[in-house]
Design a protein around this ligand. Sequence first.
Ligand SMILES: Nc1nc2c([nH]c(=O)n2[C@H]2C[C@H](O)[C@@H](COP(=O)(O)OP(=O)(O)OP(=O)(O)O)O2)c(=O)[nH]1
Length: 169
Amino acid sequence: MIEATLCFLLRDGSSDCDDEVLLIEKRRGLGEGWYNGPGGKLEDGETPRECAVRETREEVGLEVDPADLEKVGELSFVLDDEAHTFCHVFRARTFAGEPRASEEARPEWVAVDDVPYDQMWEDDQLWLPGILEGDTVIGEFRFVGGEPLDEADFADHVLEWDVTFPSNC
Ligand SMILES: Nc1nc2c([nH]c(=O)n2[C@H]2C[C@H](O)[C@@H](COP(=O)(O)OP(=O)(O)OP(=O)(O)O)O2)c(=O)[nH]1
């Protein structure tokens, strides 16, 4: 099973209402062409938190202190009844630098009310709004139809909200 991360960075919006979230348009790999948060697969010996910091640096050039990442979600993606990917989701409001594009990603600040869910993984509309509003979640999402995961059909899901994660995970 693949272990992966997602990292959603938030900032105050330019008007006085909405927060903005940093999304990437993914330029290669799983979910290519769709919007997502920075993130990717864990490397050997890496903790999820370290992975989220590294992927955010590599994909959009921003520095995040691991201690500023709040663990806010655990998502299990199941493909044809087999565990496919376990994804740790983090959120942060503190980071350094200006986002820049990379070979993997084109970054874009988006108002949280304007997140383009029609250009994202189909399951995201079920859990990402809650994450962007400050909630926490454990979710399981079942896909059918074979590899790759991003071409399989989304079948069903289970969500549990307001979960407490240990601060060191
Ligand atoms: N938002 C969202 N993200 C998902 C879903 N399923 C899924 O695997 N992801 C994420 C987890 C990972 O962050 C990412 C897939 O990892 P990746 O293939 O981009 O990993 P990577 O950047 O290490 O890849 P690479 O450098 O080896 O090409 O997609 C989903 O349903 N929704």
